[in-house]
Structures are given as structure tokens and as C-alpha cells.
Design a protein around this ligand. Structure first.
Ligand code: SIN
Length: 329
């Protein structure tokens, strides 16, 4: 029994700890057979169980929390808002060294970009995932989770990071490039920021930094999140889809253009009409990699290095700042 006079807090040194937030995905998926890597349901296995299966370094003190349990193709703004809020809460805690988020691969790059822009954390927030379900004979989730925890435990790490198949990618560079491969993500021209090798980090570039837009940027009422859609420019493109979106009340359009963000001639008048009626138009390239270079052909602002789903997030954040003049888009 400790003496009532003893300073309990001082006697018990505070250990640096990690937080693990589960949101679902294939990493938490389960199939009827251990040989089935395709016919499974994502978001079935609880985050505590994932942690047990990963057999992590016992020196790590980890708090696990189930934030959601979904297939990330169904990711929505409500879940993003909850996730950003929980992360902000845990990042504020002095004893928390870093945070790992388990997530589906399908929308991971857009979640990562939203979190980097809103939180730009000075501590590591590491998103990890898997290409095979937890029930697989050769599940990749446990190793990815161990690697993600190793990165989150790095004292100098910072920013929103993506860890998969031994690679550490910055949120803005991460792209899902393959439907099946275990190393489905890469970092485009920028490449990986670091590698995790047997639990140790080999780093080539700086951690992502940036100015946090702040949690207050995300409206509490979901109905105030602006409606922004992605339109792809392609052979035989027709303008009716753009007119229909404008008639339905869309506020922003990200056009995934060909090559250097060029747009089919058939879409241009509809986009001009959209802009005149107050819809904001932004351009990106539909190419899997490479920046968009400035060109006189661009009639609207360009997000030069973002993927189309990340650009959609960026345009929503512009609206949320009130940065867009409704008349000029
Ligand atoms: C998902 O994105 O939730 C399912 C697919 C995956 O995680 O690979």
C-alpha cells in the first residue's frame, strides 16, 4: 500500500505509448476458407485481435480502439470526421508517441491526404492496410501492422505516413497502383520515404511537414461538407453528365484529364457553363504518375501532383475555408 504522502505520479514513470485505431478493411477481413484471398468480407476482425495476431514487440505499450469496421470503398465523411477528431484528441496527449490506423487500401490515399492537410501532425500518424484478409494462409496484415507500429514508435517521425509491404510513403505521394500485389502502393516519382527492414527504419527523405488547416476546418454538420465530384475526360466524352451534376446541385468538379490534364473538346462548353453557374472546376491528370506541368491549355486551376480522389479532398477543403468565390469558382 503506497503512503498517502508519496507523490504517486512521480513514483510511476510515464511510459511513451502508441494508439492503434481500427477502421476495418481487408486487413480485418475474413473469408470462409484460408485459401480464399478474394471472396472475403472486409472489416470483420476486431482491432484487438489484429494486435494479438501481429505478435508485436512486448516493449510497446499500445492502446487499441475500434473506431469503425467498414470496407473502405464505403468510406464516408462522417467516418473521416470521427477519425480526424480521435486523432486530434490522441495527438494532444503528451504520453502518446505515435498512432497507427488500420484502414482498407481502396480509399487509403484520400483518407491519408485529408488527415495530412487537416492535422499535419508533429507526431507520426501511420496508416496501414493489407491486400489479403486476416483469415488468409499467408496474410500480409500482421507484418504490415508490426512495421507500422515500428514507424509510429520512432521518436523523430512525423506527419501522415502510409506503411505497406515494408515501404513508408508520404501521404501525398501514396497511390494504390495494383489490384492484387502485396506491394500495391507506391510513391510515384518521389518514391518511398523510408523502408522498414526487420523492424528497423532506413530513411532517405524528410518526414512530411506542412501547416495544419486544423480540425475546425471540417464542419460539424455533415450537410455543410460541400458536394464535389470527379469527372473523367475520355474518348467519346459527352457533356450531359456535367450538366446533370450542375442541375443536381454539385458545387465542385475535379476533372481527371488526359496526359498533362487536357480535357476533351466536347466537355469544355459544359465546364464553362458549370463555372458560370458558380461551380468550381479543378484539373488533375488521370495518369497514374507524374506531375502536371503548367500549360496555356489549362482553363482552370490545376492540382499538379494529386490523384483525382486526393484532389477532390483538396477542393472540399478549399470550400470549407470559404476560399472559393461562388460566382467565379
Ligand atoms: C477496403 O478497402 O476496405 C477493402 C480492400 C482492401 O483493404 O484492400
Amino acid at each position: 500500500m503506497p503512503s498517502p504522502l508519496a507523490p504517486a505520479a512521480a513514483a510511476t514513470p510515464v511510459r511513451r505509448r502508441l494508439v492503434l485505431l481500427g477502421t476495418g478493411g481487408t486487413i480485418a477481413g475474413r473469408a470462409a476458407s484460408a485459401q480464399d484471398n478474394v471472396g472475403y468480407r472486409a472489416g470483420q476482425v476486431g482491432v484487438e485481435e489484429l494486435l494479438r495476431d501481429a505478435v508485436v514487440d512486448p516493449a510497446l505499450e499500445i492502446e487499441a480502439e475500434q473506431l469503425a469496421q467498414l470496407d473502405s470503398k464505403d468510406m464516408d465523411h462522417a467516418c473521416w470526421q470521427r477519425l480526424a477528431g480521435r486523432l486530434a484528441h490522441h495527438l494532444e496527449r503528451g504520453e502518446v508517441q505515435g498512432i497507427v490506423v488500420t484502414h482498407g487500401t481502396d480509399t487509403l490515399e484520400e483518407t491519408a491526404w485529408l488527415l495530412q492537410r487537416v492535422l499535419a501532425p508533429g507526431k507520426p500518424v501511420v496508416l496501414t492496410a493489407a491486400m489479403r484478409p486476416a483469415s488468409s494462409l499467408q496474410a500480409d496484415g500482421p507484418q504490415n501492422l508490426r512495421d507500422a507500429l515500428a514507424v509510429a514508435a520512432c521518436a523523430d517521425a512525423a506527419g501522415v505516413l502510409v506503411v505497406l509491404a515494408g515501404r513508408v510513403l508520404a501521404a501525398g505521394d501514396a497511390r494504390k497502383q495494383h489490384t492484387r500485389r502485396l506491394d500495391a502502393f507506391d510513391g510515384g516519382d518521389a518514391g518511398a520515404l523510408a523502408a522498414v527492414e526487420e523492424g528497423r527504419l532506413r530513411r532517405w527523405r524528410d518526414w512530411p511537414r506542412g501547416q495544419a488547416l486544423g480540425l475546425a476546418r471540417l464542419p460539424a454538420e455533415l450537410s455543410r461538407w460541400p458536394w464535389v465530384e470527379i469527372v473523367v475526360s475520355h474518348a467519346g466524352a459527352r457533356p450531359e453528365s456535367i450538366d446533370a451534376l450542375v442541375d443536381a446541385g454539385v458545387r465542385g468538379l475535379v476533372v481527371a484529364g488526359t496526359g498533362n490534364a487536357t480535357v476533351h473538346a466536347a466537355l469544355l462548353p459544359a465546364l464553362e457553363r458549370a463555372q458560370r453557374s458558380g461551380v468550381a472546376v479543378r484539373l488533375v491528370s488521370r495518369c497514374a504518375a507524374g506531375p502536371v506541368l503548367p500549360s496555356p491549355e489549362h482553363r482552370w486551376p490545376v492540382y499538379a501532383t494529386l490523384s483525382a480522389p486526393q484532389a477532390r479532398v483538396e477542393l472540399m477543403l478549399e470550400f470549407m475555408a470559404g476560399a472559393i468565390d461562388a460566382r467565379r469558382g
